[in-house]
Design a protein around this ligand. Sequence first.
Ligand code: NAP
Length: 408
Amino acid sequence: MNLRLGIVGWRGMVGSVLVQRMQAEKDFLQFSSSFFSTSQAGEALPESLTKMLGAASFAPTLKDACNLSALGEMDIILCTQGGIYTSEIQPKLRKAGWQGFWVDAASTLRLESFSTLTMDPVNLALIEADLLLGKKDFIGANCTTAILVMGLSGLFKKSLVHWVSFASYQSVSGSGAKAIESLLQQTKAVSDVASALPAGYSALQSTQSLSHFLQNKEQKRISDEALHPSALSVGPIGFNVLPWIDSDIGNGWSREELKTQQETNKILGIKKDKAIPIEGTCVRVPTLRCHALSCLVYLKENLSAGQCQAILQAAHPWINIVENTKETTLAELTPAMFSGSLQIGIGRIRKSRLGGKLDEKYLNLFIIGDQLLWGAAEPLRRMLPILIKHLSTSPAALTNKNNAKNIA
Ligand code: NAP
């Protein structure tokens, strides 16, 4: 089967990681690939990309990501371009009768009834059932949600979770490539002020001067300049922590915080009236890559920390339990250590002392995962072999061989 794969958003943070992973897993050899761009259509594929593609079949020039006809020729579109693009393009393609598979990282379609959230180590059966139902839109979950679900998967699979309360520590790359540029510019602005402080300043004097700089208007101006308009959601993150991510939904909650409960339950195939309550405060921190969550889980059964650890470990091959000691935690359970890894780190596993006594139903733990991998690119990439397998047994699922003719 010669499947035509379109990739939109390959230049961004998620797209770059996706392409790297596809190269590592030799996915490109299975497809005839076309790369689309909103800003560089008609240009030759960059050498960095053609080197990665090696012997695979691909179109040598970048196609226009807004050309519905060119997109309509694809059997599968992998999209990591962003929500504005998805909102604009996917409905037009569907309206024009395109029958291909749309696999996307953006939040736009996640809660639509026609879409499936893809996280196959946790919900492969649901994905396969939805494919048999004829569903065509497979969407990656929110990055924090994905790390939480991958981490707590063992407890979810055994229906042991009554509710989860969490605080997140979300890295700057979670907000895209321009946000990383902003973090580096802001860090440099503060470092420049630090290096101009008088020699002999004590740690306290330095802290006071830099705090003043961070609070005053000059910092705000530098901060605003450093932030590219499309990365404004990041805010003044250099040497700072921002306890608000995504839009304000008007009732004291951020949109990011709402996603966790809605999407976790959708991944797990749990209906709204039986939804597991999941509540937390989502916080941006000035780390480069990897999201972390400090979780309090209220279990349905009395289980020791050791029993919980064994259940968590057994969930899937990517769990990495970190021993709950000071030395091991500080050495291993950090964003820096998990950056670029497919492992999901779980540590600080211990029972809660809330109420002044040990209660076997309350479990504390700390989860870390690379949000560009399991939190974004990897579940999308893993849809490719799942789709190939599905199409080998249900080739009629692709009835779009003549799509391009219908899409003007
Ligand atoms: P991004 O880095 O901002 O990239 C998106 C697009 O921006 C690129 O494809 C590129 O499109 C354009 N772009 C403009 N200037 C760029 C530059 N200097 N460097 C790279 N690209 C630039 O966004 P992203 O973080 O990959 O996110 C893509 C989608 O995935 C979003 O919907 C996001 O919500 C979702 N998502 C992200 C994460 C995460 O951890 N970042 C996690 C889960 C889901 P052209 O080449 O067409 O110009």
